[in-house]
Design a binder for this molecule. Structure first.
Ligand SMILES: Cc1cc2nc3c(=O)[nH]c(=O)nc-3n(C[C@H](O)[C@H](O)[C@H](O)COP(=O)(O)OP(=O)(O)OC[C@H]3O[C@@H](n4cnc5c(N)ncnc54)[C@H](O)[C@@H]3O)c2cc1C
Ligand SMILES: NC(=O)c1ccc[n+]([C@@H]2O[C@H](COP(=O)([O-])OP(=O)(O)OC[C@H]3O[C@@H](n4cnc5c(N)ncnc54)[C@H](OP(=O)(O)O)[C@@H]3O)[C@@H](O)[C@H]2O)c1
Length: 420
């Protein structure tokens, strides 16, 4: 559209230059001025939307995109008012307003004044639990936008995958959020200065959005997540667990850099362990950092006590799937996990050892091998769901393509991917 607008503007500028009417048009012809305004606003919108700029300075892009949109639509409306073609302007305004209206409706549907309880963990990840209107049901594949009602943040809404608590009595929406460099960092910094690194925050929730991959229809399901991608795959695992379809086999694989995510996602993982249909595999890819909590939570140790444990010494390397991280002693676990009351309640060291010991592997999995093993070892129709960092998701997708010939059954692949 902007290419057409540019051709139109350049041609008319040519007409102005060759007819020596450019100055007259700027001074006397209101259509000319508004047409130029719309063209310049449109050019800036397109240039600022180029990914290299948008990804780096998203907030700047977002602000100016909105401002230039107003200049663009006012300019184009005034430009067309006398000439005609207003139908296009009304049509585009209608689509824009309908989209805004739908978003407002989704916000009202979720309740205008929601309260969130947020708790920060050691890896700059915070867990958020939000009371909402319950006018819609939580399900896998959903995500919502969170808007923090604070003077510096209210104008931003960020999308996060939602999942329900493993505790069926708890009907709040759950989020797990990793701090990046913008709004999420501001919240993490705020929480780090609060007692117990937790606080109540007024928020608005907009949603739900997303799609539901119909994985309940498959005989076997492979859920593969890296890092925060677990929020999406867990929602599916819980859904399948609650459906309890007879004979359905589920493999739940999660790759994380260290054991800290087990602190904020321990209860969720434990909720999957009692089910013989679900096989859990947790891979820890980097050094295990035996880190104590400094400050209010830790009375004996300081930052200088932070100590890296060599995986080989600390755990004993798992050579294959039959071995596990059995070198994690009870004492180590207590030291590592101490100081976080909810954690002590949630994941006593012995429980970590007992419940996860059998499925923890201290290495990076070979994605191609994992996918090949799954495709060869399972029967019937298979679904593979992935969510995680783009590089991991690419590897999973490629491995499926490389290995798909190895199986007779139907294989469907669902990606909970997002890229800006
Ligand atoms: C469907 C979906 C589900 C997600 N689920 C989770 C989840 O469960 N847990 C989790 O930790 N993260 C999740 N994310 C990612 C999360 O939304 C971003 O990490 C968060 O918005 C970054 O906010 P920030 O201002 O702190 O980031 P910044 O550091 O400012 O930006 C990080 C990157 O995101 C881009 N970006 C930031 N804000 C926006 C925006 N509003 N719209 C478009 N691009 C933006 C920036 O250009 C930059 O590339 C999800 C994203 C999507 C799309
Ligand atoms: N619905 C959605 O779309 C949705 C929902 C939630 C999250 N997300 C997104 O998911 C992504 C998760 O990011 P993160 O920062 O949490 O992840 P991360 O910590 O950077 O990575 C997670 C793990 O994946 C491993 N890994 C990466 N590539 C691999 C490969 N090829 N083979 C084997 N292991 C590999 C890493 O191993 P190493 O330590 O060896 O690098 C790491 O342990 C984010 O982009 C997040 O926003 C999307």
């Amino acid at each position: 559209m902007m290419s057409h607008a540019l051709i139109h503007s350049i041609c008319y500028t040519g007409v102005g230059i060759f007819g020596n009417t450019v100055i007259y048009r700027w001074q006397e012809v209101i259509n000319w001025r508004f047409g130029n305004m719309a063209t310049y606003a449109g050019i800036f919108m397109v240039l600022m939307a180029i990914n290299a700029f948008r990804a780096k300075y998203y907030d700047v892009f977002y602000f100016f995109h909105k401002v230039f949109y107003v200049f663009f639509i006012v300019g184009i409306a005034r430009h067309c008012w006398d000439f005609g073609w207003m139908g296009w302007v009304w049509a585009s305004l209608t689509v824009h307003l309908l989209e805004r209206g739908a978003r407002l409706y989704n916000t009202i549907l979720s309740g205008l004044h929601n309260e969130a309880h947020a708790e920060l963990f050691d890896d700059n990840t915070f867990r958020v639990s939000v009371k909402y209107s319950k006018r819609w049901a939580l399900g896998p594949g959903q995500y919502c936008y969170i808007r923090i009602l604070h003077k510096n943040l209210f104008w931003q809404a960020h999308p996060f995958s939602v999942y329900s608590s493993p505790d069926e009595e708890d009907e709040n929406i759950q989020f797990a959020i990793k701090a990046q460099n913008g709004a999420t960092k501001t919240i993490a910094d705020f929480l780090s200065n609060q007692p117990n690194r937790s606080a109540r925050l007024p928020v608005m929730i907009e949603g739900p959005y997303g799609h539901h991959a119909p994985i309940e229809k498959y005989d076997t399901v492979f859920l593969m997540a890296g890092g925060m991608g677990v929020t999406a795959t867990y929602a599916y695992a819980l859904h399948l667990k609650r459906l309890a379809k007879r004979g359905q086999k589920i493999v739940f694989l999660w790759i994380i850099q260290n054991t800290t995510p087990l602190e904020w996602f321990g209860e969720e993982l434990l909720s999957l362990t009692g089910n013989s249909n679900i096989e859990l595999q947790i891979y820890i890819t980097r050094k295990f950092t035996k880190r104590t909590f400094s400050g209010a939570d830790s009375d004996e140790e300081t930052e200088s006590d932070i100590e890296d444990v060599d995986l080989e010494k600390g755990f004993g390397v798992a050579a294959d799937h039959s071995s596990n991280i059995n070198g994690l002693t009870h004492k180590d676990s207590q030291r590592t996990l101490r100081g976080r009351p909810s954690l002590q309640k949630m994941l006593p060291a012995q429980r970590l050892q007992d419940q996860f010991g059998y499925c923890l592997y201290d290495k990076r999995p070979n994605i191609s091998e994992e996918v090949s093993k799954f495709l060869n070892g399972m029967n019937g129709n298979m679904a593979i769901v992935s969510c995680g960092p783009p590089i991991l998701v690419d590897a999973i997708r490629k491995s499926i393509v490389d290995n798909i010939e190895e199986t007779e059954g139907r294989v469907d692949y669902f990606e909970e991917a997002f890229s800006w």
